[in-house]
Ligand binder design. Structure first.
Ligand SMILES: [Zn+2]
Length: 257
């Protein structure tokens, strides 16, 4: 059974699954890097106030461990914006929350601390995509936008695609405002069943909702990595838990083996 496994290379620890030989879906843990304080220790975001020198050093470790030269990420803005990436068109500091590519040598990633990383790839292993989905991007249908962008560009149907979901904050830990209920209900019929009321508080099952939305489009889910980021401080960053926080990295790429 092909499932996520915890690996250790170049001293860092990360989760990986290989749906086919040469296709890598990775989720880094927060250990061990060089960042300090709330960013301790393998923070992989330059946008959260950490010392950029330390983030550089952390990226060097991750790239070495994964055997890749560069990881393309975005300045994430909780949007539904998607970019197609190839080696000719990438500029630094693009703002958006999803990326896809068909170039075998490009690794693409999103940075998360409670938000959900969505990995997408086609069943013939030609195209890879990744998205960053908190409630705002979910409401703005980032998953569907990524699927539409991929299928339109490559003449595929959603049923040609698989997806996997990384760790995020789980429903019992993810309290949201009651005003979200009607916004989701009006925009995404069916999504209201992923909200749970308990002791006059409202909680959102972000992961199941995104899985439902992608499944409804016709995609097939492979094994997802089911941990609550807030409940596992040794492995995952969590903004809800810590406020000031680093970011774990979700990355998808092709390798030679
Ligand atoms: Zn939790």
């Amino acid at each position: 059974m092909n499932n996520w496994r915890l690996e250790e290379k170049e001293r860092i620890k990360f989760y990986r699954i290989n749906p086919s030989p040469g296709l890598n879906l990775v989720f880094t843990t927060r250990n061990p890097g060089v960042s300090k304080g709330g960013y301790r220790s393998l923070n992989l975001s330059y946008d959260v106030g950490d010392d950029p020198e330390n983030v550089n050093k952390n990226y060097v470790r991750v790239k070495k461990a994964l055997g890749i030269d560069k990881i393309f990420t975005l300045k994430q803005i909780h949007s539904n914006k998607i970019f197609y990436l190839n080696s000719n068109n990438f500029k630094e500091e693009l703002e958006g929350d999803g990326l896809f590519t068909d170039e075998k040598r490009l690794a693409i990633g999103v940075k998360v601390a409670d938000c959900l990383p969505i990995y997408i790839f086609d069943k013939k292993y030609k195209v890879i995509g990744i998205a960053h989905a908190g409630w705002r991007s979910t409401l703005a249908q980032i998953g569907m936008n990524l699927v539409n962008a991929i299928t339109q560009k490559f003449g595929l149907s959603p049923s040609d695609l698989n997806f996997a979901l990384g760790p995020c904050i789980d429903q019992p830990c993810y309290e949201v405002g009651f005003e979200l209920l009607s916004r989701f209900f009006n925009n995404l019929p069916g999504s209201e069943s992923f909200f749970v009321q308990h002791n006059r508080r409202l909680y959102l099952d972000l992961k199941s909702l995104n899985g439902f939305l992608l499944g409804k489009l016709g995609l097939t889910e492979i094994a997802s990595l089911d941990y609550c980021t807030k409940c596992n401080p040794d492995f995952f960053y969590s903004v809800r838990r810590d406020g000031i926080s680093g970011r774990n990295l979700a990355v998808i790429y092709f390798s030679n083996k």
